[in-house]
Design a protein around this ligand. Structure first.
Ligand SMILES: *[C@@H]1O[C@H](CO)[C@@H](O)[C@H](O)[C@H]1NC(C)=O
Ligand SMILES: *[C@@H]1O[C@H](CO)[C@@H](O)[C@H](O)[C@H]1NC(C)=O
Ligand SMILES: *[C@@H]1O[C@H](CO)[C@@H](O)[C@H](O)[C@H]1NC(C)=O
Ligand SMILES: *[C@@H]1O[C@H](CO)[C@@H](O)[C@H](O)[C@H]1NC(C)=O
Length: 679
C-alpha cells in the first residue's frame, strides 16, 4: 500500500517515503489550481517555497503569495474517510499516484485505501479569442471516482472552501449565504466590510466568492466550523443542509462551506462531479483615462445581469469551455514541440495560466481593456516593461489582447495626465488602481518604455493589419521616437527593466532597444503614409546601429561579444533586445551580431543558464534567456531551453532550492516563454 507520511522538520513538510507520484511532463515549483486573475490565484506549492513535493493530499493550497487558502477534499470509502486535498486534522491522507499538467489543466490521480481512485482535474479555462468566456473569473474542479480493486464500494465525496478566499485579513468578519438556482447550488462568501479597490496581502477586499455544484440527488450542504463539518462528514458521510448563522472572523472557528455527495455503490465505471469556484466583482479597476477618473466594471457585467447569472452560465458551460481549452492545450503542445522539442513545451505549457492569471478583462462591450498586475514584484498596474516580456503569449494567442493592454496607456497619456515627454512606466503604483502619475513621479525607465511601446504597437499592427491604430496614435508615438533619437545612441544613466541591478550609463542592450524602436517608428511612419518621417527615422536608426557596433561590441575578446556597457571590456550580458529585430522583421542588425552572440553564450553558461550580466554572475531571468534562445543558433537555443526547463523542475536540480535571486511566483513575464512561437 502506498501512503505519504508527512512530518514537520524545521517548519518544512517533508515526504519521508520515496516519491510515489509521477509528475508529467515535470514537477513545477507551484502547481496551478484555480488561476484566473490576480485575485483568483490559488496554487499548490511543490518546491522549496514551503511545499510538500507536490502531493495534493496532506498540505493546504495557497494564494500566489504563499498564504494558505482552505480548500479541502475528503472521500469516505466503506465508512472510512480519507483526504484527497488539503490537510484537515485527524483524517488520513490518500496517496497521490500521478500529477499531470496541460496549459489549462492540472490533473491529480489519487488512490484511497487501494480501493478507489479519485481523479481531480482543475481547469482554469483560457479562451483568448472569446472575451465573454475569458472575462469570467471562474475555475472548475471536476472529480471522477471509480473502484480500482474489482469490488464495489460505498462512497461519499466531500469538498469545502474556507472564508480565506474572501479576504487577505484573517481577522476580518466574513458573511455568507447559500442558494439554489437552475439546478445549481452555490455557497456565497464575502468580506462583510467591503472595501472597493483595496487589498490586504494582495487579496481583493471586495466582491463575492461562489462555490457551486449541481443540485443532484444525494447532495447535502452545510456551513459551519471546519472541524465540526469535516468531522460530521467523516462520521456520517453526509451533511445537515444547514447554515451557520454566526457571521464571524475568518479565523474564528474557521467557517467552511461544504458539499457532500453520496455516490452510492461505486464500481469500475467512473462517477463524475463538477464544482466551480469564482470571484464576482462589479467594479474592477479605477482608471484615469480620457473621461477622467472613473470606476471600470468587470467585463463579464456586460454579458450577465448579475453574479448568479454569471456562475450559472459558467457552471453549465463546462463542456464547451473544456473543449475550447483542450484545443488551446493541443495547439500550444504541438506548436511548442515542433518549434523546439519537449523541453520547450514544458515551459510554454506551464506559462499559459500564469501569464493570463495576472490579467483581467474589464470595461464594456463597446470599450474594454485588459488590465495586468505586476505580480510578485511591486504590484504596479499595467507596467510597460512587464507587459512587454509577457507580450509573446498575447501575439501568439490573440494580438488584440496587446492592443487592449496598450489602450489604457494611450488614453492616459494622450489626455494630458502625464507630464513627461517619454513614456510612462506604469499606470498606478498599486493594482487595481490605474490612477496614473499626474506628478510624473513614476519609476523612470525612459528608453526602456519608449522602446517597448513602439515595438509592441508595431508588432501588434503587423499581426492585426490595424494601421488605423498607428494613425490614431501617431503624434505620441512620434514624441516617444524623438526621445529615442535624443537618448539612445549614448543612453544616460538609466534603469532598464532589470531595475534590481541598478542604474548604469551607456547600456549596450538598452541602446539597442532604443535603436530598434527608432526603426520601428520608421515602419510605423511608412504604414501610415508619412514617408518623409519613415525615411528620416530609418536613416537615423542605421547611422546609430553602425556606431553601436563599435561602441557596444568588444571585438578584441575571444570570442567577441557585446559588452554590458560601452567600452567596458570586462563586462557582458544577455543581449535580449536583439530579439525585437526579428520580432518586427526590421533587419536593422547584421546577422554577424546574432552569430557572434550565439558563439559567445556557451562560453559563459553556468549550471542554471547564462547570467543576466556581469554585475552578478548568479542572477539570470528565464524570460530573457528565452528571448535570446529564440534568435540563437539551434544548439545554443536548445541549451538555453534545457537550462530553463531544468530549473523549472526543481527536483532534478542539485538541492531543490531556487537559484539565488530568482523566484518563480505567478509572474506574468512568463508569457515570454512563447517568444519562439512568434518569430
Ligand atoms: C486604491 O485607491 C483607493 C482610494 O481610491 C484606496 O482606498 C485603496 O487602498 C487603493 N488600493 C490599493 C491596493 O492600494
Ligand atoms: C558613454 O560612451 C561614450 C562613448 O564611449 C563616452 O564618450 C561617454 O563618456 C560615455 N558616457 C559616460 C557618462 O561615461
Ligand atoms: C529627422 O529627425 C530629426 C530628429 O528627430 C530631426 O531633428 C530632423 O529635423 C528630421 N529631419 C527631417 C528631414 O525631417
Ligand atoms: C566596468 O564595469 C564594471 C562592472 O560593472 C565596473 O565595476 C567598472 O567600474 C566598469 N569600468 C569602467 C571603466 O567603467
Amino acid at each position: 500500500m502506498r501512503s505519504v507520511h508527512l512530518v514537520t522538520l524545521g517548519g518544512l513538510l517533508v515526504s519521508l517515503t520515496s516519491a510515489q507520484s509521477t509528475f508529467t511532463p515535470t514537477r513545477p515549483p507551484s502547481l496551478p489550481l484555480a488561476v484566473k486573475s490576480p485575485y483568483l490565484s490559488t496554487w499548490f506549492r511543490a518546491g522549496s517555497n514551503g511545499g510538500n513535493g507536490g502531493y495534493l493530499p496532506g498540505e493546504w493550497p495557497t494564494f500566489w503569495t504563499g498564504q494558505y487558502i482552505g480548500w479541502a477534499g475528503l472521500i469516505r470509502v466503506d465508512g472510512k474517510a480519507f483526504t484527497w486535498m488539503g490537510a484537515p486534522r485527524d483524517v488520513e491522507a490518500a496517496s497521490q499516484v500521478a500529477y499531470e499538467y496541460t496549459s489549462t489543466k492540472s490533473i491529480f490521480t489519487i488512490e484511497a485505501d487501494g480501493k478507489v481512485s479519485v481523479k481531480v482535474t482543475f481547469l482554469s479555462p483560457l479562451t483568448p479569442n472569446d472575451f465573454k468566456r475569458q472575462s469570467l473569473i471562474f475555475s472548475y474542479m471536476s472529480v471522477e471516482v471509480s473502484s480500482i480493486d474489482g469490488s464495489e464500494h460505498e462512497v461519499q465525496l466531500y469538498t469545502d472552501i474556507s472564508a480565506e478566499w474572501a479576504s487577505g485579513d484573517l481577522s476580518a468578519v466574513a458573511q455568507w449565504d447559500f442558494g439554489t438556482t437552475d439546478d445549481i447550488n452555490y455557497h456565497k462568501v464575502w468580506k462583510q466590510n467591503q472595501q472597493h479597490f483595496s487589498e490586504v496581502n494582495d487579496h481583493a477586499e471586495w466582491g463575492s466568492i461562489y462555490y457551486s455544484t449541481d443540485a443532484d440527488d444525494g447532495l447535502t450542504y452545510q456551513s459551519g466550523a471546519d472541524t465540526d463539518i469535516r468531522g460530521a462528514f467523516a462520521a456520517n458521510g453526509k451533511l445537515a443542509n444547514s447554515k451557520d448563522g454566526n457571521f464571524r472572523a475568518i479565523n474564528s472557528n474557521w467557517p467552511v462551506f461544504a458539499y457532500a455527495v453520496d455516490l452510492g455503490s461505486v464500481g469500475s465505471a467512473a462517477t463524475w462531479n463538477l464544482f466551480s469556484i469564482g470571484l464576482c466583482q462589479d467594479d474592477a479597476i479605477q482608471f484615469l483615462g480620457a473621461d477622467g477618473l472613473r470606476n471600470v466594471p468587470s467585463l463579464w457585467k456586460s454579458y450577465f445581469s448579475d453574479d448568479v447569472a454569471a456562475l450559472t452560465f459558467f457552471h453549465k458551460d463546462f463542456d464547451e469551455s473544456n473543449k475550447l481549452s483542450s484545443e488551446l492545450d493541443s495547439k500550444i503542445d504541438s506548436d511548442s514541440k515542433a518549434a523546439a522539442g519537449d523541453n520547450y513545451a514544458i515551459l510554454t505549457t506551464l506559462a499559459a495560466r500564469q501569464a493570463f492569471g495576472a490579467t483581467q478583462l474589464v470595461g464594456t462591450e463597446e470599450k474594454h481593456y485588459l488590465f495586468l498586475k505586476e505580480i510578485s514584484s511591486n504590484g504596479n498596474t499595467q507596467t510597460v516593461d512587464v507587459i512587454y516580456p509577457a507580450s509573446p503569449i498575447f501575439y501568439y494567442t490573440n494580438p488584440e489582447l496587446v492592443k487592449l493592454l496598450l489602450d489604457p496607456h494611450f488614453e492616459n497619456q494622450e489626455s494630458g495626465h502625464y507630464p513627461n515627454k517619454y513614456a510612462i512606466h506604469d499606470l498606478g503604483s498599486h493594482y487595481p488602481n490605474a490612477t496614473g502619475h499626474a506628478d510624473g513621479n513614476d519609476e523612470p525607465m525612459p528608453i526602456e518604455e519608449c522602446g517597448n511601446n513602439l515595438i509592441m504597437v508595431l508588432a501588434y499592427a503587423q499581426r492585426s493589419g490595424n494601421n488605423d491604430y498607428l494613425k490614431q496614435h501617431y503624434p505620441i508615438l512620434k514624441q516617444w521616437a524623438e526621445y529615442l533619437v535624443e537618448d539612445s545612441l549614448y543612453p544616460a544613466e538609466q534603469l532598464s527593466t532589470d531595475d534590481f541591478a541598478g542604474h548604469l550609463i551607456n547600456q549596450t542592450n538598452l541602446a539597442l532597444k532604443g535603436m530598434i524602436g527608432i526603426e520601428a517608428m520608421s515602419q510605423i511612419s511608412m504604414l501610415v503614409g508619412e514617408d518623409a518621417d519613415a525615411e528620416n527615422y530609418t536613416s537615423i536608426a542605421h547611422d546609430y546601429i553602425e556606431k553601436w557596433q563599435t561602441l557596444g561590441i568588444n571585438h578584441d575578446a575571444s570570442p567577441p561579444h557585446a559588452n554590458l556597457a560601452y567600452g567596458n571590456a570586462s563586462t557582458h550580458g544577455l543581449l535580449y533586445n536583439l530579439y525585437n529585430d526579428r520580432l518586427l522583421n526590421t533587419n536593422l542588425v547584421p546577422q554577424s551580431v546574432y552569430d557572434m552572440q550565439s558563439a559567445f553564450y556557451p562560453t559563459v553558461r553556468d549550471t542554471y543558464g547564462v547570467p543576466l550580466d556581469t554585475r552578478n554572475r548568479y542572477w539570470t531571468k528565464s524570460d530573457w534567456q528565452i528571448f535570446c534562445a529564440a534568435i540563437a543558433g539551434e544548439e545554443v537555443r536548445d541549451a538555453f531551453i534545457a537550462d530553463v526547463a531544468k530549473w523549472v523542475d526543481l527536483y532534478n536540480t542539485n538541492d531543490g532550492t531556487y537559484p539565488p535571486g530568482i523566484e518563480f511566483r505567478a509572474r506574468p513575464v512568463m508569457g515570454g516563454m512563447f517568444a519562439l512561437l512568434v518569430v
